[in-house]
Design a protein around this ligand. Structure first.
Ligand SMILES: O=C(O)CCC(=O)C(=O)O
Ligand SMILES: [Fe+2]
Length: 324
């Protein structure tokens, strides 16, 4: 577990949150500019961890910031049951943390087809959620590299926790390619490396067509053969033929073997390296009492992996082009 204990910084971070615009969605570009300025005042110990993770990644493929400031549960609004959030919703402390920490890492990005192109997503359980949706609860949300079929795939997925599930059973699972790679044979690696495989896309990117099929091509491993990037989605990747299928099965098994479970609690921010990992969420039981599990999610692009071409701003919204 790669945990950064932020409790020593909680007072400073609370002051930082208080310095940001009160209604972030009123002018999100301006809010994210303020967050960048505030990021300059992040504690040096935290900045060092963020910069090192941004430059080199790590073995686990994630950084868990724990002990950040967060509202007391009674002071929080009820957990949302619709999306996107109202434009006039006041800033939450976890949203402030995602703003400042995210700006230290790169640029917050909205995806036009996803949640109406909004940048801050509430992640909460919803009855009758589609099985591929982050709104599921009582079923496993299977391993996925976030939008691995999208040419502008985010470099980081950041999840901030305002509420855990009542029973604290929900775990966010992260499996790192740096740990899985040694479990694969040279033949398996060669089969997976730089080989395009058909991949379906999430419902939001299907253009209203019930099942457009595998409209993208994704390479499970690519980049540096000795330290590759990962593109893996247990539901959407559709290898064709026995050799590719066997190799993806071996990768799948290796990822299961190296999986780490993170039980997010209020005041946690999980930063997932989305080019070196795949993530999932285990089942939990909602009570529909207004106090169900509530995360805040943002996507960050950086200039690594060609995700930025110059001139972009934090808060930009990008359109879908499938990887080919
Ligand atoms: O609920 C979680 O812990 C993670 C859900 C997820 O995969 C996401 O929001 O991207
Ligand atoms: Fe996800």
């Amino acid at each position: 577990m790669t945990v950064v204990d932020c409790t020593p910084f909680a007072g400073d971070l609370r002051a930082l949150a208080a310095s940001l615009p009160r209604v972030p969605r009123a002018d999100l570009y301006a809010f994210l500019e303020s967050a960048k300025a505030a990021a300059a005042g992040l504690p040096a110990g935290l900045v060092a961890e963020l910069d090192s993770f941004n430059a080199h990644g790590n073995q686990d493929g994630y950084l868990l910031l724990r002990g950040l400031p967060v509202e007391d549960d009674e002071a929080l609004p009820t957990t949302p049951n619709s999306t996107p959030a109202p434009v006039d919703r006041p800033l939450l402390v976890m949203e402030a943390m995602l703003g400042a920490v995210g700006r230290r890492l790169g640029l917050h990005t909205g995806y036009r087809e996803l949640r109406a192109g909004t940048v801050y997503h509430d992640v909460y359980p919803s009855p009758n959620a589609h099985y591929l949706s982050s709104e599921t609860s009582e079923v496993l949300l299977e391993f996925h590299t976030e939008m691995t079929y999208h040419t502008l795939q985010p470099n980081y997925v950041m999840l901030g926790c305002s509420r855990a599930d009542h029973e604290r059973t929900a775990a966010t699972l992260v499996a790192s390619v740096r740990k899985a790679l040694p479990l694969l044979t040279a033949e398996q690696r060669a089969r997976l490396f730089d080989r395009r495989m058909p991949c379906s896309v999430d419902v939001a990117f299907r253009g209203g067509v019930p099942d457009p099929g595998a409209i993208a091509q994704v390479k499970p491993l690519y980049g540096d053969p000795d330290d590759p990037f990962l593109g893996y989605d247990r539901e959407l990747l559709e290898p064709a033929g026995p050799e590719d299928t066997k190799a993806v099965d071996a990768l799948s098994k290796a990822l299961d073997e190296v999986t780490e479970a993170v039980h997010l609690t209020p005041g946690d921010v999980l930063i997932v390296d989305n080019f070196r990992t795949t993530h999932a969420r285990t089942p939990f039981t909602p009570r529909w009492d207004g106090r169900d599990r509530w995360l805040h999610r943002v996507y960050i692009r950086t200039d690594r992996n060609g995700q930025l071409s110059g001139g972009e701003r934090a808060g930009d919204v990008v359109s879908f082009t499938p990887r080919s």
